[in-house]
Design a protein around this ligand. Structure first.
Ligand code: CA
Length: 217
């Protein structure tokens, strides 16, 4: 999943970005309100982590402006003491909030939840035929047997599985699985789709010629 993190404190930004990359996300960064707003409106992120206190334009104003045009899930970071900030954030259209200091495991879990809910899934487990994907442990099984996935294959599988029944274009896959600093090989998605078919069966992912890929619901 591709995530935008908007945070002006360099150490905090680095910590959050690294932790979310370790979770398998592609991460873009912005260091102030205007840059965050620009990136949030320019790209379709799977989720945005937005600090409330930002220079030039605070996170609440960034969120208000994002919400005029986009429904991208937003998780706001707020000062622990400020209940008013959390209420303000939720009223402005935040999908969730987390108080600083941030617990990185909790942030990862809350992000997974807002991303799932944005795709209409409440449960962490996705079941498709005899395949089960556990989005919290990032593991998959087929007919009860664990399937070993590489760090590149899992995000692709999850992205398609969350959109099961819908055709996902190659452009969508490149846009959501790689961040602004990545230069993925042009055939990497085809290679990974081919690997996933070897692991889950040729029929598991269908190709819609000239349109994209689909996992049937
Ligand atoms: Ca800040």
């Amino acid at each position: 999943m591709r995530i935008l993190i908007v945070e002006d404190e360099p150490d905090m930004l680095r910590t959050l970005s690294q932790a979310m990359r370790e979770e398998g996300h592609a991460v873009d960064e912005a260091v102030d309100g205007p840059e965050g707003l620009y990136k949030a409106t320019e790209w379709d992120y799977d989720a945005i982590v937005l600090d409330g206190m930002l220079p030039e334009m605070d996170g609440f104003e960034v969120l208000r402006r994002i919400r005029l045009i986009k429904k991208t899930p937003v998780l706001m970071l707020t000062a622990r003491a400020k209940v008013g900030d959390r209420i303000h954030g939720l009223d402005t259209g935040a999908d969730d909030y987390l108080a600083k200091p941030v617990d990185l495991n909790e942030l990862a879990a809350r992000l997974r939840a807002v991303i799932r809910r944005s795709q209409g899934d409440a449960s962490a487990i996705i079941t498709i035929g005899d395949v089960q994907i556990d989005t919290s442990s990032r593991r998959a099984t087929k007919a009860g047997a664990p399937i070993v996935l590489t760090g590149g294959e899992y995000p692709l599988l999850e992205f398609l599985a969350l959109r099961r029944g819908k055709i996902v274009t190659r452009t969508d896959l490149y846009d959501h699985l790689y961040d602004e600093n990545d230069t993925p090989m042009s055939n990497i998605v085809d290679v990974q789709i081919s690997n996933l078919r070897k692991k889950f069966g040729a029929e598991f992912i269908t190709t819609h010629r000239g349109q994209g890929y689909c996992i049937d619901a």
